[in-house]
Unconditional design. Structure first.
Length: 573
């Protein structure tokens, strides 16, 4: 019996010792967790249950020059309800009143909301969806409803960009987005001025409550978001509306592929209207690409103004110098230069040749005077700024191209072909900027799309006139160029645009594109008109370019296709 008692005692001691050491191990582990690894586990727990979320700032608005709203961010709210948060007596006393209020706002029966709320209370749902896509007015109203107070109402705010004026200058207003690969991307004013428009995001702490759902820990942000600044664009809604619809009408009439129109304020360079319209696969027309800024193409006869300016500046000729049109055909190195008017114009002055857009006259004038020194001609074009991008804040500005004698592509026909706008590339806006310098008495100003950045009524930054070249040519040359440009409308290729009540000046252009592709089978026309109005005291300059007009009725010339858009804009003002 004594031996048995001894064995029992040993076992008890062993168990006691084991328990003692286990207690020590647990104490050590707890101490280690509490003091050595405590910070790590506290941080891990907080990261898994409490996180900082970004509160997006309100993006600034974009306005037209007359104060019309072109782009704005509309707040959009998703409203949820914590059915556990209210005290039992509060929930019981106010759930019907809350249901009645929600019913009046959203149009569903009060019984539906009361049933959903009671189910959520019974199941301890702390994240009951009440409504999505709630606007600011309704959200403000909801905050006055019974039980809808901080701690029970859970709000997830998003913003949606809207364009109240519809398609007006939509492509130039642009957008900002995130590509599928996460990279930022955008176009137009929205992208170019995003640092002003976007503001600074705020931050708020949220606690994870269930199934990936998060609830704000309190109703105020840790860091309040700072709203973005507003942008005042140079766009005039009235001019823009006229320009857009005039262009759309001509594109539709001629079943054209695409086109653009730009209206610039002569003195300042402010863009008052810009429309870029292209045909979609279904045959409808929409603002798709910013052709005016990105599409560098052979301009055709509108480039002849550069010829005239170079010839007059170098004093090679005068506007009265006479040339024989040789029956409307001249040949250089086996290649024919042909006038659109069959049979030519006989012997006419350089001024008359410009007014009638005679290819044979302009080519003879350029080739005869620069054939021994083509670099002199090219250097003049460089001095006019025709080699350079404008330097716009937007992505994708087209690169102008003019061949130089040192290029590998330079050939015997490069010089004569340049004289009537072939073998060179230039965008519509670059062409307009050049013509505007003539309208502006030689001063070349930079096109601008934004005039001011504002915070409420406070001006943050102003964009005044930027002079790119104070004098592209002499005053004498400007006077002669203005005279021939006005005569183009009075008695030249654009005489159909003439109005005895309102003076206009400009130049027609009808270029062939893709003429070397597929043996000429893919050839199409680019019809254009560029000029300014009123001719005697220019207020605006304007360019219209239409690609691939229907040629079935043989009416694809710049005066017929593009000219009416220019005239409608000019007479509307």
């Amino acid at each position: 019996m004594a031996v048995e008692d001894k064995n029992i005692s040993y076992r008890i001691y062993l168990v006691a010792v084991a328990i003692f050491f286990m207690a020590i191990a647990i104490t050590v582990k707890l101490t280690n967790i509490q003091w050595v690894q405590g910070n790590f586990y506290r941080k891990l727990a907080k990261e898994r249950t409490v996180q900082t979320f970004v509160i997006p700032s309100n993006k600034g608005n974009i306005y037209s020059s007359d104060g019309s709203l072109l782009a704005t961010s509309i707040p959009n709210y998703e409203i949820r309800f914590d059915a556990v948060a209210p005290k039992p007596e509060d929930f019981q006393n106010k759930v019907k009143a809350l249901s009645d209020s929600l019913s009046l706002l959203f149009g569903k029966p009060s019984s539906f909301f009361q049933s959903e709320l009671r189910k959520a209370r019974a199941s301890k749902n702390r994240y009951l969806l009440i409504a999505r896509a709630v606007d600011y007015t309704d959200f403000t109203r909801m905050k006055t409803f019974p039980l809808m107070k901080p701690g029970t109402i859970i709000v997830d705010q998003k913003t949606v960009r809207r364009h109240p004026m519809g398609e007006i200058a939509r492509r130039t207003i642009g957008y900002e987005r995130v590509k599928p690969d996460g990279a930022p991307d955008g176009k137009g004013i929205e992208w170019a001025y995003r640092n002003y428009l976007n503001g600074k995001d705020g931050k708020i702490l949220k606690q994870k409550i269930a199934k990936g759902q998060w609830k704000p820990l309190r109703d105020i942000s840790e860091i309040e978001p700072q709203d973005g600044y507003d942008i005042v664009s140079t766009i005039d809604v009235y001019v823009q509306d006229v320009a857009h619809h005039a262009l759309l009408e001509q594109l539709t009439k001629y079943s054209a592929d695409h086109g653009c129109v730009v209206v610039m304020e002569t003195k300042t360079g402010y863009i008052k209207a810009i429309s870029n319209i292209g045909k979609s696969a279904d045959g409808t027309y929409n603002e798709t690409e910013n052709y005016a800024i990105k599409e560098a193409h052979e301009p055709g006869s509108t480039y002849k103004l550069a010829d005239m300016m170079a010839l007059l500046e170098d004093k090679k000729v005068d506007t009265s110098t006479v040339y024989n049109t040789n029956g409307g055909i001249v040949t250089y190195f086996g290649k024919k230069v042909v006038d659109s008017h069959k049979g030519g114009y006989g012997s006419i002055s350089l001024a008359k040749g410009f007014e009638k857009s005679s290819n044979t006259v302009m080519v003879q004038a350029v080739y005869n005077n620069y054939k021994n020194n083509p670099s002199q001609f090219v250097n003049q074009l460089k001095s006019f700024g025709l080699y350079n991008k404008i330097g716009l804040p937007f992505q994708g500005e087209g690169q102008p191209y003019i061949p130089v004698p040192t290029d590998k592509k330079w050939s015997n026909i490069s010089l004569p072909w340049m004289a009537f706008g072939y073998g060179v590339l230039i965008t519509p806006l670059q062409t307009l900027t050049f013509y505007n310098s003539v309208a502006n008495n030689g001063e070349m100003v930079k096109p601008q799309f934004v005039s001011e950045i504002k915070e409420l009524n406070r001006t943050v930054k102003k964009f005044d006139k930027i002079v790119m070249n104070p004098s592209v040519c002499s005053g004498e040359t400007v006077s002669k160029l203005k005279a021939v440009l006005e005569n183009v409308v009075k008695r030249g290729t654009a005489s159909s645009l003439f109005s005895k009540d309102f003076s206009m000046a400009g130049k027609t252009g009808t270029a062939q594109a893709n003429y070397g592709s597929n043996g000429g089978a893919d050839k199409y026309y680019i019809s254009s008109f560029v000029g300014y109005f009123p001719a005697d005291n220019p207020k605006y300059s304007c360019i219209v370019v239409v690609h691939k007009p229907d040629t079935s009725n043989n009416s694809y010339y710049g005066a017929d296709v593009a000219g009416p858009v220019f005239k409608r804009i000019a007479l509307s003002g």
